[in-house]
Design a protein around this ligand. Structure first.
Ligand code: NAD
Length: 344
């Protein structure tokens, strides 16, 4: 049994991390931190017996806590993660790992020096539809990869103050495109070489952006992120023999071949695929619950118990941030920009 502290009990933590950790096998959610008394109380009601604190630092001073899950505003991530590694805790750090490359690098160094488990919250790597798309790419089902388009858009909503300001970790690039940068690396198993981008402020600072990421092999991924338009969460991978379409809101992944099979063959294949998908997966996906958070957090808990290092690690977080920060500079300068190579 590992004793875990949850640092930050805001929107995403109460939606996913808290209920998942409260029920995870081999995990005792033993401490919660949030300065907002209402949030702390509502989180505490779901985990009776857990210690409540108004600040994350108090939890780090508790030697009985072995691991922490950090869901703080992004501007606090690097400080909290570095302090947690220094206190000898295993760390699951929500994305993005920091707001500057220097802070991200320092977090990587602290993680390595600590010898503790360090994982970053790129939960999309664990989404069944993303995993299926990656397998389809690797299996050559759409031939040679030419490019990709990915969008994460959401209608205007009341964002917390920190998400409305870039300096505190807000903006669509840091908050949303950090996932896309990691998705590109995960799907194509190669690094992003250069980027171009444009960023707009519609109802808050930098809340709408588009980026073009060019991979080392020349694959081009177009990414669109926004907090100011319709809801959409999908990607397409374009190959010379077809395309893969993943729509996470609809819970669908399909492969469109360049030369479609006959109607009969298509119907037979569709029926076989449906019968093969476990019923729980189908119903979970169709209810809108994102199963990737649970898989990611279970992976972290297992690694903390078994003393193994899971993926994506803190350095994957640094690499995603390097892409996002290069995109910010590219947008400011109005030209393509190489992604900084990281020391490893
Ligand atoms: N992996 C994902 O898909 C995903 C999705 C959403 C959010 N996130 C990340 O999770 C983090 C939190 O996002 P959110 O939308 O829940 O934001 P939020 O503002 O709703 O939550 C942050 C919480 O941290 C608390 N907090 C602030 N200072 C604190 C302190 N000193 N000690 C303890 N708690 C403190 C705030 O009161 C708030 O409740 C962000 O970094 C965001 O990027 C990741």
């Amino acid at each position: 049994m590992i004793r875990v502290g949850l640092l930050g009990c805001g929107r995403i933590a109460r939606m996913y991390h808290l209920p998942i950790l409260a029920r995870a096998t081999g995990v005792e959610l033993a401490a919660l931190a949030d300065p907002d008394p209402e949030r702390l109380a509502s989180a505490g009601a779901a985990v009776p017996g857990a210690r409540g604190s108004s600040d994350w630092r108090e939890i780090l001073g508790d030697d009985s806590i072995e691991a922490v899950v950090i869901c703080l505003p992004t501007g606090l991530h690097a400080d909290a993660a570095r302090a947690a590694f220094q206190s000898g805790k295993d760390v699951y750090l929500e994305k993005p790992v920091a707001t500057t490359l220097a802070a991200a690098r320092d977090t990587v160094l602290q993680w390595r020096a600590s010898g503790r488990v360090g994982m970053v919250g790129f939960n999309q790597r664990f989404h069944p539809l993303v995993v299926a798309a990656r397998e389809a790419i690797r299996g050559g089902r759409v031939g040679r990869i030419v490019g990709a388009r990915v969008s994460t858009l959401s209608p205007r909503r009341d964002l917390p103050e920190w998400k409305r300001r870039r300096a505190e970790g807000g903006g669509a690039l840091l908050d949303l495109a950090s996932h896309h940068a990691d998705l590109a690396r995960f799907l194509f198993a190669e690094e992003v070489r250069e980027v171009s981008a444009s960023v707009h402020s519609i109802s808050s600072e930098d809340d709408d952006a588009s980026i073009t990421m060019t991979m080392e092999s020349g694959i081009v991924m177009d990414s669109r992120v926004s907090f100011a338009t319709v809801g959409e969460n999908r990607f397409e991978v374009l190959g010379d023999q077809g395309r893969i379409v993943v729509d996470r809101e609809a819970g669908q992944m399909r492969v469109d071949p360049l030369h479609p099979p006959s109607t009969l063959a298509r119907l037979a294949r569709g029926a076989a695929r449906l019968a093969g998908a476990p019923r729980t997966v189908r119903s979970i996906l169709s209810r809108g619950w994102d199963p990737s958070y649970r898989k990611a957090l279970w992976t972290f808990a297992r690694a903390a118990r078994d003393r193994t290092q899971p993926s994506p690690d803190i350095e994957d977080g640094e690499r995603s941030l390097a892409i996002v920060l290069a995109a910010e500079i590219a947008a400011r300068e109005g030209r393509r920009r190489a992604v900084e190579a990281l020391a490893s």
